[in-house]
Design a protein around this ligand. Structure first.
Ligand code: BTN
Length: 289
């Protein structure tokens, strides 16, 4: 095997052979180039595809990130994955889908690094970026379709930087990283994806059984944002536009059960942020766009 090649095939067959799941991965598709894997899953869902469909791509030409940004990843080395879910719980708890996706990545990558006795720090930056040694490793974009106030379906999209060296990250090298850059060698994406899906299915079953409290508790433990001095661009607030793009600064106190980050400002006020981008003091924001 050449020194820098991936140690295993990234194919639907290799992924399926490693899956331990019963719902996720009943059907696995891998495309060479697509617009966005989320769009393919959305189309399939509208045609009645079963829960658990996984669509992967080696390259996306119009990959989407949160907050209307693009998601850019070099071809052939990352995990670009969308998953079809048909939740039974209230649409008001939709944000928990993003929570479990980031927790699944956090757990799967954390276990891999631990097995290799790699010294690292891994955590989740509120709401759902997994950071490895302070740099962004992955992002999650969940998109729902609704009918009469209930779920039609949800598409959970994961972008994980896997076999990229720091040089390939180009201008993002200061704020982003990859699994191989931290481990020092390429990793088997099929095996890593199978682990992520295993973790995701366990967490999803908790949600389907109404166990939001335990998922919330696990999320809080993984969040590296709490206790830090943060500056958050609050894009979820109704007053955001009127205030010309509010930034809230202070100490990140807690996350409420609805996912809101509660920040204690220097004026002693608690402010809730429902959606936004956090910058902890002295760090970049790690956006991959
Ligand atoms: C973020 O902004 O951090 C979220 C990025 C999510 C990217 C993934 S890649 C697979 C899926 N398809 C997309 O177009 N986006 C998501």
């Amino acid at each position: 095997m050449p020194p820098d090649s991936e140690p295993g095939a990234f194919t639907p067959e290799a992924i399926k052979a490693r899956l331990t799941t019963t719902i996720l991965g009943g059907r696995v598709e891998l495309h060479q180039q697509v617009g966005s894997t989320n769009d393919l899953v959305r189309e399939a869902a509208r045609q009645g595809a079963r829960e658990g469909l996984i669509v992967l791509a080696e390259e996306q030409v119009t990959g989407r990130g949160r907050l209307g940004r693009a998601w850019v990843a070099p071809p052939g080395c990352c995990i670009l994955c969308s998953i079809l879910l048909r939740p039974r719980f209230s649409t008001q708890q939709a944000f928990y889908l993003t929570v479990i996706a980031s927790l699944a990545i956090y757990r799967a990558v954390g276990a891999l690094l631990q097995e290799e006795q790699c010294v690292h720090s891994i955590g989740i930056k509120w709401p759902n970026d997994v950071l490895l040694n302070g740099r962004k490793l992955s992002g999650v974009l969940s998109e729902g379709e609704f009918s009469s106030g209930d779920w039609a379906f949800s598409v959970v999209g994961l972008g994980i930087n896997v076999n990229l060296d720091q040089a390939q990250l180009g201008p993002l090298a200061n704020t982003a990283t990859s699994v191989s850059a931290v481990l020092g060698h390429p990793v088997d994406r099929s095996a890593l994806l199978a682990r992520v899906l295993g973790e995701l299915e366990s967490l999803y079953l908790l949600l389907q059984n109404g166990q939001f409290g335990s998922v919330h508790a696990a999320w809080v433990l993984a969040l590296e944002t709490l206790g830090k001095h943060v500056s958050v661009a609050d894009v979820g607030s109704m007053q955001h536009e009127a205030r010309g793009g509010a930034r809230i600064e202070g100490r990140a106190l807690r996350v409420d059960p609805d996912g809101a980050l509660v920040v204690l400002t220097s004026a002693g006020m608690e402010q809730r942020v429902l959606a936004g981008d956090v910058q902890a003091s002295g760090s970049g924001n790690g956006d991959q766009h």
